[in-house]
Ligand binder design. Structure first.
Ligand code: HPA
Length: 264
């Protein structure tokens, strides 16, 4: 059996995965700049690990080079991406420790390059987002997490804010009225670019705090990183098990979405 090539994009607090063997750093040059990531093996499969904010958490959400990152994974012939995203929760029943396998997003970003297609192709590309996250990747993560007995939530709406500031209670109140479950700063444009490139892509949203106004306390970044640190070993188990659950599925519709993606 040919194993799919899986990449993990680790968000805040996720910088290294101990289950990856024979790990080495690689640098991939793309037309958007270089992307540095790790390549290794897990149970005989090639796996990649990319720290979205850099190894030392130095790149803020609005300055991540999302296009270079996804273009690099495409160049490496990755089939499926599992992303982690620290989020604030708008829902009392989705607190820290939950894994929300989001199935919808709302784009509330303001100034990020959002697409690979900027008109240079000689044609306009509008990509379908009726099903924003890969159903096969989501199902694999849910199976893996349930088998481990983790608190898995099947579906949720993520709103991506521009950051790097946290939200105001008025914004969170409005987002609640829009049906949002969790708020973060990085899933857009990552999910968009992954689909444009024809990659299967799923996100594990990890509530680290209740959003502004939901919690009476002021928010701070240390709280986010501490919550991620507490959860580190359980999350690592979930990531490893999810990779093992992902099957090659050449019929996945995510692949067709990449038909216009230019060859590097
Ligand atoms: N808002 C936005 N992003 C976040 C939050 C939040 O409350 N917590 C962790 N990432």
């Amino acid at each position: 059996m040919v194993h799919p090539k899986v990449a993990v994009i680790g968000g805040s607090g996720v910088y290294k995965q101990a289950f990856i063997e024979n790990e080495r750093e690689i640098k991939v040059e793309t037309r958007f700049g270089a992307s540095v990531l790790k390549q290794g093996l897990y149970r005989g499969r090639t796996v990649f690990f990319m720290a979205r904010h850099g190894g030392g958490h130095t790149v803020p959400p609005h300055l991540v080079n999302y296009r270079a990152n996804i273009a690099a994974l495409k160049k490496l012939e990755v089939d499926a991406v599992i992303a982690t995203a620290a989020v604030g929760s708008l829902r009392r029943d989705m607190g820290p420790g939950s894994r929300v396998i989001i199935d919808q997003f709302i784009d509330f970003t303001k100034q990020r390059p959002l697409t690979f297609y900027e008109g240079k192709e000689g044609f306009v590309v509008h990509t379908d987002f009726s099903e924003p996250y890969c159903p096969n990747t989501r199902a694999a993560i849910l199976r893996a997490g349930r088998a481990l007995g983790q608190h898995m939530v099947d579906g949720g709406c993520y709103i991506c804010t521009e950051g790097p500031r946290f939200e105001t209670p008025a914004e969170i109140n409005m987002f609640m009225n829009w049906g949002v479950d969790v708020v973060g700063m990085t899933n857009v444009p990552e999910v968009v670019l992954a689909r444009e490139a024809g990659l299967c892509y799923g996100t594990i949203a990890l509530p680290t705090n209740f959003a502004a106004g939901v919690s009476a306390k002021p928010l701070n970044q240390d709280e986010v990183l501490e919550a991620m640190d507490t959860d580190k070993l359980e999350l690592e188990k979930l990531l490893a098990a999810s990779i093992a659950e992902i099957k090659t599925d050449a019929s996945c519709r995510c692949r067709d979405a990449g038909n216009n993606y230019p060859k590097e």
